[in-house]
Design a protein around this ligand. Structure first.
Ligand code: GUN
Ligand code: FE
Length: 441
């Protein structure tokens, strides 16, 4: 009787188990790779990682699912993405501020309609799964219903998702503006409804400094003080014209980041997207506050925004993860995002302004996409790797999903070369399975 009970509860996923326990730029022993091992899952939680020889011990006690030859890896975590912009991905020709006016704001207007928002939210979550992304920090629109729609889907899916309603009370079309007071009240209602419900968390979401009045930023900080454990997400120093505009709007601030610092929004659990135009003082301040940066390489290339200096952030020990930033980003795929990150860093390296720039190693890239992002969100005790007790969000990666990958893999000499080929050539076809809380999606 006992053994059949255990059998029902324990599942072992057999394959090449791979995960990070530390940052590979700091620790040369930062990962574990167990060839033909097993990931032991009970009730949606990681119980153990076992070697091939231990598999036989479990044989009558657990259900074994065979993914031999494939890599079993923690699910990807996307630190910055806009679900309402899914339908406007690949919009031609503009830089940030014009792109917002021409494409983004008219699209976001549609999300006052809850039924429409729900339809997009369902499609969006499926795209995340297809690409092996099991957690994300997500922008809604200014409409509270847009956030209700997304959280309803994520709750049904038992997904660890963080999202928030955009705050925007100036410099935007009337149809997309809240007020400092209504934005505060609506955010508060959403927090009370959704924060810490199952695996969901709320993020206070001022769009960026230019679209919030000082009063709105103050009230955003008030919410952070009233609800410990909630997040703050915004955009920071993405585009040169944007940076100039912020200088005019907030002449008292030393820098763009300093606007957020002055209003109490640069703190632990604050995530800044882009952060391209930051100086050493800014990076020091981010490291000291315990906030983090979402590096969005595809978006930064697509909008012509600039090149994020990862090496500088690293030298200040700033927490960093990747953001796809769909719809300015051009792919939901973390592989494609990591490929663009590699190229961005190669450009900085060849332009030679700083001899400390080193090529992005695939280990670092896969770390940033999982444990690095979890650390940025302060939830590395919940997700990001396979240590005992972690929530069972994981993916199964097929190294040979396309003819080209298969051909290239034959000539890969070691794990590093395999991972790099995946990073550069991989996409949604390389994601063989996605599991959330131990459930196959
Ligand atoms: N800055 C302010 N809003 C946005 C947005 O929606 N996308 C990007 N990439 N940058 C922004
Ligand atoms: Fe963005």
């Amino acid at each position: 009787v006992v053994s059949s009970l255990v059998r029902a509860e324990t599942t072992i996923y057999q394959g090449n188990i791979f995960h990070f326990t530390d940052d590979p730029s700091i620790n040369s022993n930062a990962y574990q790779y167990i060839e033909n091992g097993g990931l032991v899952i009970e009730k949606g939680i990681v119980k153990d990682i076992i070697s091939e020889s231990d598999l036989t011990k479990y044989q009558d006690r657990a259900k074994i699912i065979d993914y031999s030859g494939k890599i079993i890896f923690p699910g990807f975590i996307d630190l910055h993405i806009h679900y309402p912009q899914t339908e406007m991905i690949a919009s031609h020709g503009e830089e940030l501020l014009e792109w917002l006016r021409e494409y983004t704001f008219p699209t976001e207007k549609k999300f006052s309609d809850k039924a429409y928002a729900k339809e997009v939210a369902n499609f969006f979550i499926k795209q995340l799964y297809k690409n092996g992304t099991t957690s994300a920090l997500v922008f809604g629109t200014v409409h509270p219903e847009s956030v209700n729609a997304l959280f309803e889907v994520a709750e049904r899916e038992k997904m660890r998702l963080i999202a928030g309603k955009v705050l925007m009370d100036r410099n935007a079309p009337d149809y997309l503006q809240d007020s400092a007071e209504s934005g505060y009240a609506e955010s508060k209602t959403l927090i009370e409804r959704w924060h810490n419900r199952g695996r969901l968390s709320y993020a206070i979401t001022p769009r960026f400094a230019p679209t919030s009045t000082p009063q709105q930023l103050e009230l955003a900080a008030k919410l952070l003080n009233e609800f410990p454990g909630i997040y703050m997400q915004t955009h920071l120093a993405e585009n040169r014209k944007e940076v100039e505009w912020v200088k005019q709007l907030f002449p008292q601030a030393r820098s763009y980041l300093d606007v957020y610092s002055l209003y109490g929004l640069n703190r632990d659990r604050s995530i800044f997207a882009h952060a391209i135009y930051v100086d050493n003082m800014d990076l020091q301040s981010i490291a000291k506050a315990g906030s983090a940066i979402a590096f969005c390489p595809s978006s930064n290339l697509f909008l012509g925004s600039g090149l994020f200096p990862l090496y500088k952030a690293e030298s200040h020990a700033v927490d960093v993860g990747f953001g796809t930033d769909v719809g300015a980003g051009t792919s939901f795929s973390m592989f494609q995002t990591m490929a663009d990150a590699y190229k961005v860093i190669q450009l900085q390296k060849s332009m030679g302004e700083n001899t400390r720039v080193r090529s992005l190693s695939p280990f670092k890239a896969f770390y940033l996409a999982t444990l690095g992002a979890a650390k940025s969100l302060n939830i590395e005790n919940k997700i990001g790797n396979f240590e005992k007790g972690r929530e069972a969000d994981f993916i199964v990666i097929d190294l040979e999903a396309t003819d080209l990958l298969k051909f290239r893999m034959k000539h890969a000499k070691n794990l590093e070369e395999q991972l790099f080929a995946l990073q550069i050539l991989g996409d949604d076809r390389s994601i063989y399975r996605t599991y959330i809380s131990g459930e196959q999606k």
